[in-house]
Design a protein around this ligand. Structure first.
Ligand code: TXA
Ligand code: MG
Length: 342
């Protein structure tokens, strides 16, 4: 179904001290059933009043997201989260007191009769997070309702780390974009399932498994679980994809890049660290990224968006090492990558 076109307004806001009047207008859009894209410390989110099933349905339409993929509900903090869940386990208390507000989403059993089923895709569990970004917090305070918000991109595409990425993807489909400049985290939140017998990492993110384990003890990876299945419906194999074909390499990419250039393909080349600028061709875009996980995370989506805007045919990225610190980045790169076809 095609959504009807709505004029999308963009308001620039200060990332630290957003204007209270602007926050009030944005809150009114949400309370009227509208959609507002707003910055979080990870990526931009596409928000609707989580208590308004019709507004939430518009999120699914605007994104082209399957109704089977549940949304994260954003709240000011632990007190509001407790209203939405059937049970608030000790692990939640410990994690929320140490890491909220912050880039950590927790999955709970849902309180019956609370948040509409469409938000949780009809499931019995609910994902909740308290975002740290001052604009997200100000918006939550101004509207005083929980905000359902996936990343503000079209389904399966690269998440937005600035307002322009949001505008390109969703112009005419949503009412408002709050532009607070680029986000600082750059990758989506860590998702931890607290509903089973032991906590399970459903999506790696900027909060690492090590950090979680320091607070609550052992955290399982989904592959350790009996079924061996990813339980998070959003953890589909292909996700976060640029339009160009993304290929991953474990070396300096020399062979692959050369092969593509010989065939006159336009190539974006993302080495790790300084990289070697060994090709001088108009066909190649050289975009080295820092050899440090947090800095890399902060920049990678913007580079993928930029290379798509330049209409490259292929993006070659050098895969970072297989260590805990790089888990989230490696996860996103693997999901964004095209099956090898050379
Ligand atoms: O950093 C973030 O988490 C951003 C910002 C905007 O907060 N949001 C975000 O939302 O990345 P989204 O919808 O793009 O990803 C949410 C992930 C999906 O993989 C979804 O399947 C999973 O969380 N999820 C949501 N509810 C769940 C639930 N009840 N059980 C398991 N996984 C759930
Ligand atoms: Mg997303």
């Amino acid at each position: 179904m095609r959504s009807k076109v709505v004029p999308t307004k963009l308001i620039p806001v200060d990332p630290i001290h957003p204007d209270p009047g602007d926050m009030k207008s944005a809150a009114n859009v949400l309370l009227d059933g509208g959609l507002v894209a707003f910055p979080t410390e990870t990526v931009y989110g596409l928000g609707a009043n989580a208590l308004d099933g019709n507004a939430v349905e518009r999120i699914f339409r605007a994104k082209g997201r399957p109704a089977t993929n549940p949304l994260i509900v954003h709240v000011k903090g632990a007190e509001d989260a407790r209203e939405l869940v059937a049970e608030w386990p000790d692990h939640a208390r410990a994690l929320a007191s140490m890491l909220w507000p912050g880039p950590l989403t927790l999955v709970f059993e849902k309180k019956p009769g609370g948040i509409p089923d469409i938000v949780t895709a009809g499931g019995s569990t609910i994902a909740v997070r308290s975002p740290k970004h001052p604009v997200a917090q100000a918006l939550l305070r101004a509207c005083d309702v929980p905000i359902a918000a996936p990343s503000a991109n079209r389904s399966t595409k690269v998440s937005p780390t600035n307002a322009e990425h949001v505008r390109k993807a969703l112009d005419g489909r949503i009412e408002l974009i709050l532009d607070a400049g680029p986000t600082v985290g750059g990758l989506e939140s860590t998702v931890l399932d607290l509903t089973g017998t032991s906590p399970t990492l459903l999506r790696p993110g900027l909060i690492t498994r090590r950090q979680l384990e320091q607070i609550i003890g052992p955290v399982r990876l989904p592959a350790d679980s009996a079924s061996g299945q990813w339980k998070s419906p959003g953890m589909m194999k292909t996700h976060y994809s640029p339009v160009a074909k993304l290929l991953l390499t474990n070396d300096e990419g020399t062979r692959l890049v050369r092969k593509l250039l010989r065939r006159y393909h336009r190539v974006g080349w993302i080495p790790l660290g300084e990289g070697q600028k060994i090709w001088f061709s108009e066909l190649i875009q050289f975009r080295p990224l820092p050899n440090e996980p947090n800095e890399y995370a902060k920049q990678i989506y913007a580079v993928l968006h930029e290379l798509d805007n330049l209409f490259v045919d292929y993006i070659i990225a050098q895969m970072p090492p297989d260590t805990e610190d790089w888990r989230a980045v490696r996860d996103r790169l693997s999901r964004a990558a095209s099956p090898a076809e050379l």
